[in-house]
Design a protein around this ligand. Structure first.
Ligand code: PLP
Length: 274
């Protein structure tokens, strides 16, 4: 397996990042997960824009997007596979323990791992912890993912693949690694960005292609929803068959099935053409 580390393609085995990297010691980093089919990255430009937005939010220098593109292409070419998860990690770089970010410059790692297409349906749970809709990191895709790790473990204990958060005012927000859509009275809704959710790329495409409304919803909308689905880079559009103890009969329902079909059709055109 070859990875890209700070300007060079190298063997993953021998690649070394300092134990004093600020990304490791204090979670000072941002990342992107990008779907790659047969060596072509999906929605690469959107992912690179979001990487830049997240880096700026954290006060990191803008990533050199020419290098990032070169690195993605090199890693994809060096590791041929049918379906891959391309992971870009960009951190504050090396600095002595207990000190502020140093002058050594950021660390960029681009790695790829093989994956399989996620099932069309899944189960999800709600968790008692909240997303902060007004935090310094709200809306940024940072490597500070500990809360998501804890919530996902709760989901796994309950045979589910995703945990959904409300925000601090009790509004439905998002999952640990996905956005959420609900059908209420036949209409498709998703929480707005001010709920504190990540600006998911699959979310944005689904809003424009399937015509969803951005609506403030209480968490208990999940108890009334006729249909629920999740979106993310690796899930695409995934129907929820069980939320907590409530079964959603016949998922995917008609609105979800339409969103899945439209997403599959439209997304075929957005793979990096290189
Ligand atoms: N919300 C969070 C917290 C995420 O980490 C992710 C993706 O990893 C998403 C939503 C979905 O975003 P995207 O569709 O860009 O993968």
């Amino acid at each position: 397996m070859k990875i890209w580390l700070n300007g060079k393609l190298q063997d993953a085995e021998g690649a070394r990042v300092s134990v004093f990297d600020h990304g490791l010691t204090v979670g000072d980093g941002v990342f992107e997960t990008i779907k790659a089919e047969r060596g072509r990255a999906f929605a690469l430009t959107r992912h690179l824009e979001r990487l830049t937005t997240s880096a700026r939010g954290l006060g990191l220098p803008d990533p050199d997007l020419d290098e990032v593109r070169r690195g993605c292409a090199a890693v994809l070419d060096a590791n041929p596979m049918a379906l891959g998860r391309l992971r870009l990690t960009y951190t504050g770089g090396v600095s002595p323990l207990g000190s502020d970010r140093g002058d050594a410059g950021p660390t960029l790692v681009i790695a790829l791992s093989e994956t399989t297409r996620r099932p069309d349906t899944t189960a999800a749970v709600t968790v008692p912890w909240t997303r902060n809709e007004r935090g310094a990191l709200t809306g940024l895709k940072t490597t500070s993912y500990g809360e998501n790790v804890v919530a996902l473990a709760r989901a796994r204990e309950r045979d589910a693949s995703e945990a959904l958060f409300a925000n601090t005012v009790g509004a439905l927000c998002e999952g640990t690694g996905s956005n959420v859509f609900v059908v209420l009275d036949g209409e498709l809704h998703t929480p707005p960005l001010h709920s504190g959710c990540l600006a998911g790329i699959t979310r944005a495409l689904t809003i424009s292609w399937a015509g969803a409304k951005e609506t403030d919803l209480p968490l208990d909308a999940l108890e009334r929803a006729e249909e629920i689905f999740l979106t993310s880079t690796l899930r695409d559009v995934q129907a929820v068959t069980r939320i907590d103890d409530r079964q959603l009969a016949d998922a995917p329902g008609p609105v979800t099935a339409d969103a899945m079909r439209i997403f599959d059709e439209q997304s075929a055109a957005d793979f990096d053409p290189r």
